[in-house]
Every structure is written in C-alpha cells, then in structure tokens.
Design a protein around this ligand. Structure first.
Ligand code: R5P
Length: 299
C-alpha cells in the first residue's frame, strides 16, 4: 500500500487548532488516543499511515505533555514514519537559558536536547530566545524553525488601530516583537525597562512618558504568564496618560484568573494568537505554520 505523504496528529486538547493546520496543508488530521493505566502511566496510540508524521502539540503545561509527546514520536517511528516533525507553536522552558542562581539547571538545554533527539524537525513561533541567537543551537541536530508571529499579528491589528497608536514593549526582551510590529504597522514604538524581583513582582520604567500621552497604547510581548509584567506596564501607561491600552501577546499562558486580572488593571482588550488555547485567542497561526511546512507535503 502506498503511504500518504504527510498527516497531522494531535492530542485531544489540541484537536481544533491541529485541524486548522491540517486543513491549511490539505492533509488528514488524526487524534492520538491516550490510554491511562491505573498507576498513572500512559500509552499514546497513533494512527501513523503517512511517511511524514507531523505532531501538533503546543507545549504549555509541559510537565503533563512531554512524556506523551516523546512516546507518540516513538510510536510514529515504529509504525514506519520516515520523518517525524514537531509543531509546537509554543515552545516551553526557553526562559531558563542560564544558571541564574547556583544550583539551578539550564532547562532550555535539557528540554531542547530532548526534543532535538526525538524529532527530525521542530517548528515553533516566537521562541523565547534571549541569550541564544538561533533555535538550532537549542534543538540541534533537529532542523529548527522559529517563525515570527509579526505578519499574522500585524494583519490582525491593521484594520483595528486608530492613527497615532503606539506599540509598547514592557521590557528589553519584548523588543524583538515590538520593533518589527511597529515597523510593519508604521507606528511609533517604545520599550520599557523591567526589574523582576520575583514571579509576581516586577517594576517597570518608562523613559519617555510624553510619547504615550493621549494616545492608544498597544502592549505587546511574547509571553504573558502571571500578568504581573503587563499589569505593571498598564499602570505606567495610565500614569503617563495613555488611553485604551490593549494587550496583544503571542503566547497567552495565563495562570488562573489572569485575563480578568488584566482587565481589572485597565486593559481594554486582551488578545493572543492561538498558539495556546484560551479565551483570548483571536489571531490564527495556521497560515504561517502551513507556509513553513509546505515542503513536508510536496510529492
Ligand atoms: C519574559 O522575559 C517574558 O518575555 C515575559 O515578559 C514574561 O514571561 C511575562 O511573565 P509574567 O506575565 O509572569 O509577568
């Protein structure tokens, strides 16, 4: 029997977004069935009928997902897949890229090594690479694609922004996204300075408050987790006289209650891409993912 060229596979929680990707690629989408044994161990079963198996698995809540993912990749190879590709629109554990305090691991290297030795290719969006320039340095020998969300975010924002809006990044690390987005939308851009004192304790400095006075601010970052960074940024912008601050984030990891917390802090809107499933999803990534994966479906 001739094998199909490629298929997309996903765990139940990600089936809808995986379906959008499969549709864009015009390939079948299959669910990975997971049996849980009474002792908690799991057995993923994957219908790998194609030569290239694309596993779609955003890696939020990674401690719950990584074992299932590694087992599913092994299942794909044992079923005869010649190529196993991970599409993880959100790539976990990238922020711990050095030993900040004695006794800590470099989580980025550990998880990158695991994924790089499990998959032939790792495709993600807006990987949080701060001190490392290229994703291949993290997941090599696997091929690595770190796609930018900027075209998708800019296309979504363009018809929704007033003239005179300003793009604001809350910290130096957000500059990677804030500057190209501002350039794509032909808007001004400001980047704040952040000092983090704990998981939920940050202070921000805005060097040029007059630049936002009376203007709509669009706060952008790659990740929102506790919302502390964005809440502090909204506070600074309000104090500087900005009007109607919106939050646009690539990966809305959102600990419990964070969207509500940000609305109460003064965000007029909280928007994210669909890299991590949640109620703020508005910007689809299937188009940019499918464009990058085109070579996997060529005959
Ligand atoms: C950090 O470098 C990231 O870009 C985000 O600013 C950070 O992860 C946001 O975390 P939180 O929402 O917990 O302040």
């Amino acid at each position: 029997m001739t094998r199909a060229r490629a298929s997309v596979h996903a765990f139940a929680a990600d089936a809808v977004a995986a379906g959008r990707l499969a549709e864009a690629l015009k390939v079948p989408c299959r669910l990975v069935e997971v049996h849980t044994f009474p002792d908690g161990e799991i057995l993923p079963v994957l219908a790998a009928e194609s030569r290239t198996v694309i596993i779609y698995c955003p890696l939020d809540h990674p401690n719950e997902k990584l074992v299932a993912l590694a087992l599913a990749a092994d299942a794909a190879r044992r079923a005869g897949a010649e190529r196993v590709v991970l599409v993880a629109p959100y790539l976990c554990y990238m922020r711990q890229d050095k030993v900040f305090h004695p006794g800590e691991p470099i989580s980025q290297a550990v998880i990158g090594g695991l994924l790089g030795s499990t998959f032939d290719r790792v495709v993600t969006v807006d990987a949080h690479l701060h001190r490392i320039a290229r994703l291949f340095a993290v997941v090599g020998p696997a091929e690595a694609d770190d796609l930018s969300s900027v075209p998708a975010v800019a296309a979504w924002l363009r018809p929704r922004i007033g003239s005179g809006a300003v793009i604001v990044g809350p910290d130096a690390e957000s500059e990677h996204w804030a500057r190209p987005l501002a350039a794509a939308l032909e808007l001004g851009c400001l980047v704040m300075r952040k000092t983090r004192r704990g998981d939920r304790e940050v202070t921000l400095a805005l060097d040029d408050p007059d630049a936002v006075k009376g203007r709509q601010a669009i706060l952008v970052d790659d990740i929102v987790s506790t919302g502390s960074t964005m809440a502090a940024a909204i506070g600074r912008l309000k104090a500087a006289g900005a009007v109607g601050t919106r939050i646009v984030v690539t990966h809305g990891l959102f600990a419990a209650g964070v969207i509500e917390f940000l609305r109460k802090a003064g965000a007029s809107e909280v928007i994210s891409t669909d890299s991590v499933v949640n109620s703020s999803n508005a910007i689809g990534l299937a188009g940019i993912l499918a464009a990058a994966l085109g070579n996997e479906i060529d005959p």
